[in-house]
Design a protein around this ligand. Structure first.
Ligand code: GLN
Length: 201
């Protein structure tokens, strides 16, 4: 199993490391790698769009030809995990900030998002949240200038909420997390994603 982490900007190596750890724990053969060219997409069983700056990641994905290809693959059922900035890119609808910057979205998940949803004063914080899909124990969530999901429709399922906002959701092959699961050593979020990749292989 090969998981490509879009490696153009943002928290990339943290994802490859924790995916590799999660694979060992699940006894799965394979590895995660930095995906920097569109041609590498032909070998993946799953894609991770990391946190970082969504405008920058989106722009670099477009110029490298990755953007259009990922959009097509996502439509056809390729498992994609978007964390933080990656969650923004997965959405069909953004807020005024997204409109103002003319930032392109992958237009895959039926949800409307807000960038920097938790305010500038609280740029980053950590909180334990109940995310039943990841198991019984609460999950330590690291939020960094995090977005949130304001509204979902169609077949999107809510996995977790915080302060009246949705911070984790899933729609078929797509998983969106507003926080950074790669910044803890808890592999449960990545295992959840890997199980999705294994099932669709
Ligand atoms: N605030 C960033 C954005 O809007 C996302 C932050 C992150 O990925 N940690 O792109």
């Amino acid at each position: 199993m090969k998981i490509g982490v879009i490696g153009l900007q943002g928290a990339v190596s943290e994802h490859t490391e924790i995916i590799n750890k999660a694979m060992r724990e699940l006894d799965l053969e394979g590895k995660a790698f930095w995906l920097q060219e569109a041609s590498q997409l032909s070998e993946v069983n799953g894609i991770i769009i990391p946190g970082g700056e969504s405008t920058t990641i989106g722009r670099l994905m477009s110029t490298s030809g990755i953007f259009e290809k990922v959009k097509e693959m996502g439509r056809r059922g390729m498992p994609i995990l978007g964390t933080c900035a990656g969650l923004i890119l997965l959405a069909k609808e953004g807020d005024e900030e997204v409109e103002k910057t003319g930032q392109p979205l992958l237009n895959l998940m039926d949800m409307r998002i807000t960038r920097n949803a938790f305010g500038r004063q609280r740029e980053s914080f950590e909180v334990n949240l109940d995310i039943p899909a990841f198991g019984e124990r609460p999950f330590r969530c690291v939020f960094i200038r995090a977005p949130a999901i304001e509204e979902v429709w169609s077949t999107v399922g809510v996995l977790a909420g915080y302060r009246g906002k949705i911070v984790a959701a899933k729609q078929e092959n797509l998983v969106a997390l507003a926080f950074h699961p790669e910044l803890t050593d808890d592999t449960r979020a990545h295992k959840y994603f890997l199980n999705l990749c294994a099932a669709s292989k």
